[in-house]
Design a protein around this ligand. Structure first.
Ligand SMILES: *[C@@H]1O[C@H](CO)[C@@H](O)[C@H](O)[C@H]1NC(C)=O
Ligand SMILES: *[C@@H]1O[C@H](CO)[C@@H](O)[C@H](O)[C@H]1NC(C)=O
Ligand SMILES: *[C@@H]1O[C@H](CO)[C@@H](O)[C@H](O)[C@H]1NC(C)=O
Ligand SMILES: *[C@@H]1O[C@H](CO)[C@@H](O)[C@H](O)[C@H]1NC(C)=O
Ligand SMILES: *[C@@H]1O[C@H](CO)[C@@H](O)[C@H](O)[C@H]1NC(C)=O
Length: 277
């Protein structure tokens, strides 16, 4: 009974081993793809992917970035290379190398750079009492994980905490940050602001200046137009008043017109009379 039991156990073990081997071999162990370690700087950089344990014969390669095919070939090499001219914000990103096997296999080369922070506008204007919005952007890869805002006061950068005074609000995403200043104050708010973006490679910042106009200043153009209209109306009014006596004369002239025509009528009559004579 004991011998039979151990035989069954050994059979079970053997079966398990066969299944395990089958899973690793026949059902396709994942191929191993070795890629260029993260690239953070340089020019004329070669990005490569090496495959070992491909599931089938290799019938070609593709390099893809953001769903755009950058390069493709139909060779059977176990290595594929992509030449990158320059590492910068625009070329940073995920470069996917694809081995055309069945099923296809792919690896990723990460081209990572420190943030390159840009301001939406170097200087922003707002009216007293309105909400001012300052914006910084960054399109580098990898995306910014932390944005911070500062206000420059007496040559020092004071960090702006979200929600301060219920007036300062920060809205951030991986490629953009907005500082909203509610109810702009003409005394306290104008000045230099600094945004700082940090990703896993480094950090960068940019300066935005804010100007706040008084409500009255915002009204100036409107008041100007109103004043202009008033002046025009007054001039017209005075002119009309001064014209009144002239108009009486004009009316006299007008009254004389029928006289003239009467005169001509008379002449006509005379002529006619002469003609009839
Ligand atoms: C390479 O970059 C990717 C994407 O930013 C990151 O997830 C990964 O941790 C980096 N690897 C190393 C070794 O730094
Ligand atoms: C990748 O493959 C190439 C050519 O097969 C070889 O010269 C190189 O050493 C390999 N690199 C790595 C990191 O495996
Ligand atoms: C700042 O606070 C507002 C709400 O008060 C919130 O919606 C927003 O996500 C916060 N921003 C950050 C960067 O935490
Ligand atoms: C910024 O990120 C958002 C999503 O988070 C995306 O829709 C937008 O296209 C990105 N803008 C740029 C300039 O990359
Ligand atoms: C930017 O922020 C990082 C932390 O997110 C900080 O270490 C760094 O000193 C800041 N840079 C400046 C110029 O404020």
């Amino acid at each position: 009974m004991r011998a039979g039991g151990s035989a069954a156990a050994m059979l079970g073990l053997a079966l398990a081993l066969v299944l395990l081997c089958g899973a690793r071999g026949g059902l396709g162990a994942d191929p191993i793809i070795v890629t260029t370690p993260n690239v953070t700087s340089g020019s004329n950089v070669q990005l490569y992917c090496n495959i070992s344990g491909a599931a089938s014969a290799i019938t070609g390669h593709k390099w893809i970035k953001k769903e755009a095919v950058l390069q493709s070939d139909d060779t059977s090499s176990h290595q594929t290379v992509y030449d990158l001219n320059e590492v910068n914000t625009d070329t940073s990103g995920e470069y996917v190398c694809k081995f055309l096997t069945n099923p296809p296999a792919e690896g990723i080369v990460f081209v990572t750079v420190k943030p390159h922070v840009l301001v939406y506008k170097k200087s922003e204007h707002g009216n007293e009492g309105d909400t001012g919005v300052l914006i910084c952007k960054c399109s580098s890869y990898p995306s910014v994980t932390e944005w911070t805002w500062y206000k420059k006061e007496n040559e020092q950068y004071l960090r702006i905490v979200n929600g301060t005074d219920n007036r300062f609000f920060i809205k951030s995403s991986g490629n953009k940050t907005e500082l909203h200043i509610v109810n702009l104050d003409i005394e306290k708010d104008p000045g230099e602001y600094f945004c700082n973006g940090t990703n896993e490679v480094g950090q960068d910042g940019a300066t935005v200046s804010l100007r706040v106009r008084s409500r009255l200043a915002a009204l100036w153009p409107f008041l100007g137009i109103v004043a202009e209209v008033l002046v025009l109306v007054t001039i017209i009014f005075i002119y009309e008043k001064r014209r009144k006596p002239d108009e009486v004369l004009d009316d006299d002239d007008g009254g004389s017109a029928p006289l003239k025509s009467n005169a001509t009528n008379h002449k006509d009559k005379n002529v006619r009379q002469r003609n009839s004579n």
